[in-house]
Design a protein around this ligand. Structure first.
Ligand code: NAD
Length: 353
């Protein structure tokens, strides 16, 4: 197929993963020519097949390339050959616990991999870069900094958060160098809070193995795939004693990427928190999952986990103001319902692949 020149050409790293696959879906629907790169270390071929099938009915195009962001030469070839204009970088390892046990794996893949990707982006002259950063770069902010704004000091408390912050620093320096040299380049780091939900049409979904996120864990219990939810501490200084987090729907999150892709200008470095601006407690999420599924979801009480602050939610007013972005999924039950729909239709996720 020949790609018309008017189509936006976007490389999505981590395309076979949870958020990357949703980003590809949205880009394809909006008429972009999308190349998805993933080494399938944590992602699923089933997701790429769903994207190929969606592309056959959508205005955009999708091509999957199996490979690693660490392969600098291969990435330069890919970026040049497909004349990529924007890179959206989702590929990473993202388990806090694993990062504590195997820090060098995280520094190598998340920071080292991103460095090699950025070298390839520079060599191929790609002018736009959007990076999946995280609220984990803030660590445990003091109470008077919540809701967390972008100027909150970043002091991550685990190797995962530190590896992501390193990439932010690389981008700061790279944009500065491009500005000084007068070469076209702009980057945005989007610091996600807790990403939740699935494609409302059920074409792609969340399938982390193991799953560590609260909503899918509750739903796995509802589906009979786990015995009970373990609540890690109910003696926090919050109204019901359980931790409060900010759950942004994955579709709203990927919309923020599309908005920023069109807004960036050469020489700019943008940083935005992406969240709802308020939170729900573990108990509130559990109750929502019970309502949506109509099933009893047994829960047991466990000890607090180290490094779990009582309350984390975003001040997301910057992205609202600059990009006119606002979340459409503001009702927790609706967010949960999208995840439940996908889980019911795909009881073993993407299956063996
Ligand atoms: N899920 C969340 O709530 C959340 C919150 C904050 C930030 N993030 C960030 O968003 C991004 C995506 O998260 P996710 O939940 O979709 O994770 P995911 O594990 O579902 O997807 C990551 C994808 O990257 C791929 N990958 C990893 N290393 C690679 C490499 N070297 N080369 C090519 N592909 C590689 C994996 O195979 C996987 O498909 C990550 O960067 C993560 O740090 C996620």
């Amino acid at each position: 197929m020949t790609t018309p020149d008017s189509m936006r050409r976007v490389l999505v790293t981590g395309a076979a993963g949870y958020i990357g696959s949703h980003a590809c879906m949205r880009l394809i629907e909006s008429g972009c020519r999308v190349v998805g790169l993933d080494d399938l270390s944590r992602g699923h071929r089933g997701a790429t097949r769903a994207l190929e099938s969606a592309a056959s009915r959508a205005p955009g195009e999708f091509e999957f390339v199996e490979g690693s962001i660490a392969d600098r030469t291969g990435t330069v070839e890919l970026l040049t050959d497909r004349r990529i204009e924007v890179v959206m970088h989702f590929a990473a390892f993202a388990y806090v616990g694993e990062s504590v046990e195997r820090p060098l794996l995280y520094y190598d893949n998340n920071a080292g991999g991103a460095c090699r990707l950025l070298q390839a982006v520079e060599e191929a002259g790609v002018p736009r870069f959007v990076f999946s950063s995280t609220c984990a770069t803030y660590g445990e902010p003091p109470e008077d900094r919540i809701p967390i704004a972008e100027d909150c000091p970043q002091s991550p408390i685990n190797p995962y958060g530190r590896s992501k912050l390193m990439v932010e620093r690389m981008l700061e320096d790279r944009v500065e160098a491009a500005r000084t040299a007068g070469t076209p380049f702009a980057a945005t780091m989007l610091r996600y809070f807790n990403v939740a939900g699935s494609d409302p049409e059920g074409r792609v979904g969340e399938d982390h193995r193991p799953e560590t996120h609260l909503i899918p864990i509750c739903l796995e219990v509802a589906a009979g795939r786990r015995e009970a939810l373990v609540i890690h501490g109910d003696d926090y200084p919050t109204p019901d004693g359980t931790c409060i987090r900010d759950y942004v729907h994955v579709v709203d999150l990927v919309d923020a990427h599309l908005a920023v892709m069109d807004a960036m200008k050469d020489g700019e470095l943008r940083r935005y928190n992406v969240g709802l601006g308020h939170g729900w407690s573990v108990r509130e999420v559990l109750e929502s999952c019970r309502r949506v599924t109509g099933r009893d979801i047994p829960a047991t009480m466990g000890p607090r986990r180290p490094g779990d602050p009582p309350t984390l939610f975003a001040n997301a007013s910057s992205i609202g103001r600059d990009l006119d972005w606002s979340p459409r999924f503001t009702d927790l039950d609706e967010t949960v319902a999208t995840a439940w729909r996908w889980m019911q239709a795909n009881p073993s996720g993407y299956g063996a692949d």
